[in-house]
Design a protein around this ligand. Structure first.
Ligand code: NCD
Ligand code: ZN
Length: 335
C-alpha cells in the first residue's frame, strides 16, 4: 500500500470557535496537526491580552491529550504600541478583516486610511508581528479579491518590513502578487485547490462549499495549484476550516464557511499525489510556515495511506466538505 508521512503539519488559518463547538472541533485538528494559527473572529472578537490567554486556555482544555500549539491572533484594531508590546509574546499575528465582509467581522476596518493605521502597522513592523489579511473589497463578489490587490500593494509598499499574509487566496491576481512584493505571503485552503464557482452553484446549490472568498474560475484554480504544488516558499497551507452548525448552512441565508479540518491532510495527499508532487507536500503543510513565521512546532508524525475513505456525514452536527463521498487517501497512524 502506498503511504506518505508528514512531519509537524501546520494549519495556518483555522476557526476553532468557542464553547460546545470548540469542544467538538478542536480535537479534530489537534489530533493530526502540530499547531494552527487560530482566528480571532469570535463574538465578541479576541481583542485583549486577557481574551488571548483565556481563549488559548479553553483551546488547550478542549483537547488535553494532544501535543498541539494554538498560535494565537488578535482581531485587528488601531492598537497602540504600548499595548502591542504587552501582547507580542502571546500572539503570532494580528488578523485584519474589512468590516462586515465575512462571518463575525462587523468590528473590522471600514476604511483603509493608511495614515490612521500607520501607528499600529509601524509598531507591528517594529515588533515583528505579522499582519494577516482577509483581502476582499465590498465590490461584486467575483471581483472582491482582485480589487483588493491595490490595498495589498499600498500596505506592502508603505510597510516594507511588515510581513503581510494574504489569507485564503483564490485568484490568479493574488498569486501574481507573491513575486511582486517581498513582504507578501499567502495561505491557500484545500477546498480552493479543488473547486471552482461551478462546484458551488453550477448545478444544485452546495451550501457546504459556500465560503468567503467564494471559489473562482478554472484559471484561478490553476494558478493556485501552480504555487501550492511547487510549494512556493511564500505559500503555506491554511485550511480556513470554518465550522457552522448544520442548520446555519442548510438554511435560508447560508453561513459562509467550509468545514475541512478532519479531512484536510487526506485531501492534500490526494491532490499532490494526483499531480505527482507528493514530495512537495511537506513544505506546503509545514516547512514553509515554520520559515515564514519562525516557529518550531512540537514533533508529530502523521502517516497517510492510499485507500478509499468515506467522509463521515457529519461530526456532531457539523457537515464536512465531501460528506458521504469517498476520497482516495486516509489516515493510517499518528505519533
Ligand atoms: C469564516 C468563518 O466562518 O469564520 N468563513 C469563511 O467563509 N471563510 C470567516 C473567514 O475566514 O472569512
Ligand atoms: Zn477564515
Amino acid at each position: 500500500m502506498k503511504t506518505h508521512t508528514l512531519l509537524m503539519p501546520l494549519d495556518m488559518h483555522l476557526h476553532l470557535r468557542d464553547g460546545v463547538m470548540l469542544e467538538n472541533v478542536a480535537p479534530l485538528s489537534t489530533f493530526t496537526f502540530s499547531g494552527a494559527l487560530v482566528m480571532p473572529n469570535l463574538v465578541p472578537p479576541v481583542e485583549t491580552l486577557a481574551d488571548v490567554r483565556a481563549y488559548k486556555g479553553r483551546i488547550l482544555a478542549a483537547a488535553p491529550n494532544d501535543f498541539f500549539e494554538p498560535y494565537m491572533t488578535l482581531f485587528y484594531k488601531n492598537y497602540d504600541k504600548a499595548f502591542l508590546e504587552s501582547v507580542a509574546d502571546d500572539i503570532l499575528a494580528i488578523k485584519l478583516y474589512p468590516a462586515g465582509i465575512t462571518t463575525n467581522s462587523e468590528g473590522g476596518v471600514s476604511s483603509f486610511d493608511i495614515e490612521e493605521m500607520r501607528p499600529t502597522l509601524q509598531a507591528m513592523s517594529d515588533l515583528g508581528i505579522p499582519l494577516c489579511v482577509h483581502g476582499e473589497t465590498d465590490g461584486f463578489v467575483m471581483d472582491r479579491e482582485a480589487e483588493f490587490m491595490n490595498i495589498y500593494e499600498l500596505l506592502a509598499t508603505s510597510f516594507p518590513e511588515l510581513k503581510i499574509v494574504m489569507e485564503h487566496i483564490t485568484t490568479k491576481e493574488a498569486v501574481a502578487m507573491l513575486d511582486k512584493f517581498e513582504n507578501l505571503y499567502a495561505t491557500i485552503t484545500v477546498h480552493h485547490l479543488l473547486i471552482t464557482l461551478d462546484d458551488v452553484v453550477g448545478g444544485m446549490m452546495q451550501p457546504h462549499l459556500f465560503c468567503k472568498p467564494i471559489a473562482k474560475r478554472p484559471e484561478d484554480l490553476d494558478a493556485l495549484l501552480s504555487v501550492a504544488l511547487e510549494a512556493h516558499p511564500k505559500v503555506m497551507f491554511g485550511s480556513d476550516s470554518a465550522p457552522h452548525p448544520q442548520h446555519k448552512k442548510e438554511s435560508c441565508g447560508c453561513a459562509a464557511g467550509v468545514f475541512t479540518a478532519p479531512i484536510a491532510l487526506q485531501l492534500l495527499c490526494e491532490i499532490f499525489d494526483q499531480f505527482g508532487k507528493l514530495s512537495n507536500l511537506q513544505a506546503f503543510v509545514s516547512d514553509n510556515a515554520q520559515n515564514i513565521y519562525g516557529i518550531c512546532p512540537e514533533f508529530k508524525e502523521v502517516i497517510l495511506e492510499q485507500r478509499a475513505f468515506v467522509v463521515p456525514d457529519n461530526y456532531n452536527g457539523v457537515v464536512p466538505m465531501y460528506a458521504g463521498k469517498a476520497i482516495g487517501w486516509a489516515l493510517q497512524d499518528v505519533e
